[in-house]
Design a protein around this ligand. Structure first.
Ligand SMILES: N[C@@H](CCC(=O)N[C@@H](CS)C(=O)NCC(=O)O)C(=O)O
Length: 208
């Protein structure tokens, strides 16, 4: 199994899950320049990471890769059984993270923070966005998570699952960008997730 990877990106999410499961995998470290090459476009149409190649399966999108891996190894217990109520909530959070929680984080990174390298976002595509409004949007997206995490350590039935990896991956990014200043259950949750041995193995701490 091969995982195409750039440190500090969304590729940390499937790497973290692989480490949680203790599954052997080959980490293929690529650079942004390499992902723009035609050969890499055969793997990912937009030249992004992560990509997972597992025999005849070549799959992109970090949350989808995590869902695929959790289902492939049911004995690892990182996805609730299909057609159970827990599975419904698992889907809910697995989709909530990239679709609802991540957009304000992405906006903060690309349109609030100044001086992004030209290769990440050309100046012509930079729009001026209010930091306060973006943080309010993020706080709103965090509010259902705070509600669940006030009484639970994990999102689904209080058991660690791939939904925590994907959500944790988004929150990690928010934390590194300085978006999680207020003490609340979400902040405590990401701090706890970051203590997990598998997370520490997966996350090359190049943010500082
Ligand atoms: N929704 C996709 C986003 C993938 C994505 O944008 N990856 C970024 C890193 S976080 C990337 O590869 N950027 C390189 C580039 O745009 O050239 C996912 O979750 O996998």
């Amino acid at each position: 199994m091969k995982l195409y990877y750039i440190p500090t990106t969304r590729a940390v999410r499937p790497r973290w899950l692989l480490e949680e499961m203790g599954i052997p995998y080959e980490l293929i470290s690529v650079t942004m320049a390499m992902t723009q090459q035609p050969e890499y476009r055969q793997l990912h149409p937009h030249g992004k990471v992560p990509v997972l190649v597992d025999n005849d399966v070549t799959i992109f999108e970090s949350a989808a890769i995590c869902a695929y891996l959790a289902d492939k190894y049911p004995e690892k217990g990182l996805a609730p059984l299909p057609l159970t109520p827990a599975r419904s909530y698992y889907y809910q959070w697995l989709f909530y993270a990239p679709l609802t929680l991540e957009p304000p984080v992405e906006q903060f990174m690309f349109h609030v923070l100044p001086n992004l390298p030209e290769k990440l976002l050309p100046k012509s595509q930079h729009t001026q966005v209010s930091p306060t409004e973006t943080l309010q949007w993020f706080a709103k997206a965090c509010s259902p998570l705070n509600q669940v995490l006030r009484d639970n350590n994990y999102l689904v039935e209080n058991r660690f699952s791939a939904a925590d990896v994907v959500t944790g991956g988004v929150l990690l990014w928010a934390l590194k960008l300085g978006m999680l200043e207020e003490d609340n259950p979400v902040k405590a949750y990401i701090a706890k997730l970051m203590e997990r041995p598998a997370f520490l193995l997966a996350d090359d701490d190049l943010y500082a």
